[in-house]
Design a protein around this ligand. Sequence first.
Ligand SMILES: *[C@@H]1O[C@H](CO)[C@@H](O)[C@H](O)[C@H]1NC(C)=O
Ligand SMILES: *[C@@H]1O[C@H](CO)[C@@H](O)[C@H](O)[C@H]1NC(C)=O
Ligand SMILES: *[C@@H]1O[C@H](CO)[C@@H](O)[C@H](O)[C@H]1NC(C)=O
Length: 223
Amino acid sequence: MISMFYTVVALACIAFCIGIEADVNVAEKPQEEINKSEQLFRKLFKQRRAEQLDAVKGLVALSSYEKQYKMVNVILDKVFSVIQNSRVLLESSGYAAGISSFPRDETVLDALANILENTALFADIMLHLPDISQKVLAANYEWQVLFQWSISFANQTQLLDKQTVKLLHLANMELNATERDPDYENPYRKKEEKYQFQHEQKISSKKRKKVKKRGPRLSVGEL
Ligand SMILES: *[C@@H]1O[C@H](CO)[C@@H](O)[C@H](O)[C@H]1NC(C)=O
Ligand SMILES: *[C@@H]1O[C@H](CO)[C@@H](O)[C@H](O)[C@H]1NC(C)=O
Ligand SMILES: *[C@@H]1O[C@H](CO)[C@@H](O)[C@H](O)[C@H]1NC(C)=O
């Protein structure tokens, strides 16, 4: 009889405890999951950035101005349409940068990732190839307008690492979308100019050598 009583009390106790635990789970688990999802989002963004930087380095190392110009045009065209489409999706979902909490919906998250990644890529290209980018943008005014929007939007999401926030600030000054700091200097411009300068020197000394060796005959391949 006594043991039966204790069994009933024990069962009630267990049920009660499980009930409490279930309540705690309902209250905390979603936030925990959202936090995990945000951490993963930030981690993936970093990985993508590393890949993008490699791609940009490859672009800077291209030996011909024409090739660089063509590539920048193709990439910015693609970046523009990705950002534009993702913006439509995000806005229709009601997501507001800096106000909405981290999105749970996968489609919204994809759109957000697309905007952040492509905006950072645009900033890289703007800063590493400023003269070409400026020419390409001058011919596509609506790209410039959208990139300015996406820089400001990405900055407001609070989802970027410090390095990327700094990068966007530099790109904004390079674009003249915001007043340049008095001591503003594009940290990548020098490299590009130095590279072009060295490259031009190399070509002209190569040409000189060839001219000396076998007269003014240059094959199509050498040009
Ligand atoms: C989730 O992250 C926020 C902000 O970083 C933090 O204040 C909160 O305690 C976290 N919640 C859980 C359940 O991890
Ligand atoms: C990003 O946001 C900060 C804080 O609101 C602001 O000071 C900064 O100018 C913004 N940067 C860009 C590139 O919009
Ligand atoms: C921004 O302004 C500077 C200084 O006036 C100018 O040299 C540069 O070409 C401008 N850049 C763009 C992208 O308009």
